[in-house]
Design a protein around this ligand. Structure first.
Ligand code: ATP
Length: 218
């Protein structure tokens, strides 16, 4: 179990906080808006009203003792940058910060965020991928140009092995797992055979994954 603090309880911050609690972690939720704090009070370990730019207030909350601090302030870019700077100066071990655009992300990195996330951009990319490939369940960008996707196996695949399907040979794509009901087959071999209802977890270059997604749509 780790101790997390989430600063800024908009949709993203609130969702991160409640998911961390669900996963069994302790979460301190901080926001300057009293109503937001009240809404979160019974969903997290502690919810506190404080200004993210008030160094003394953050110090008094013992913010440097948390394993990870997530800064989830989007609209007020200045407040988000200033908050990261304060956290860095206070010696917080690991800072995750939400950025609303590339420039915001760059500045957050410069002032010491250990990890910058772009939830809106990433969600936009996921939705776009979902719209063009009906059988795509999920999409995660690993690095620019490289992703992991989850696709539902088409009936044409049933009864065929990964070798027969030849994704690696055709597209340079590796199937890292097969989800079969509640079971997950990690690192399937060339002889593993696709069954009805299987979900393939594939890793590869975006261009090639798109080709594969479309080959599945045909
Ligand atoms: P989302 O899209 O995740 O809903 P957002 O990117 O629109 O959020 P904002 O609405 O700007 O983000 O801020 C998220 C939360 O951060 C709000 O609840 C807001 O009250 C809080 N917040 C903004 N500035 C500060 C600050 N200086 N100190 C503490 N909390 C703040």
């Amino acid at each position: 179990m780790s101790q997390f603090a989430v600063i800024g309880l908009g949709r993203f911050g609130a969702s991160v906080a409640t998911n961390l609690v669900r996963m069994g972690h302790e979460v301190l939720a901080i926001d300057s808006n009293e109503a937001r704090v009240r809404e979160m009070a019974d969903q997290v370990t502690h919810a506190v009203e404080a200004n993210a730019n008030d160094e003394e207030a953050l110090k008094a909350l013992g913010i440097r003792n948390f394993d990870v601090v997530i800064v989830s302030i989007g609209q007020d870019i200045q407040a988000s940058i200033w908050c990261c700077l304060i956290l860095k100066e206070l010696g917080v071990k690991y800072i995750v910060a939400k950025a609303i655009n590339e420039l915001h992300g760059k500045v957050l990195q410069k002032v010491g965020a250990d990890r910058v996330v772009f939830p809106e951009r990433d969600m936009g990319a996921r939705v776009a991928h979902n719209l063009v490939a009906a059988n795509l369940l999920d999409y995660i960008e690993l690095a620019p140009g490289f992703s992991i996707v989850e696709v539902v196996a088409k009936p044409e695949f049933y009864g065929k092995s990964l070798r027969d399907l030849g994704f690696r040979a055709k597209y340079g794509i590796i199937i890292t797992a097969i989800k079969r009901g509640k079971k997950v087959l990690i690192a399937p071999g060339a002889d593993d055979v696709i069954q009805e209802g299987d979900v393939l977890v594939a890793i590869g270059e975006d261009r090639q994954l798109e080709k594969m997604e479309h080959s599945l749509d045909e």
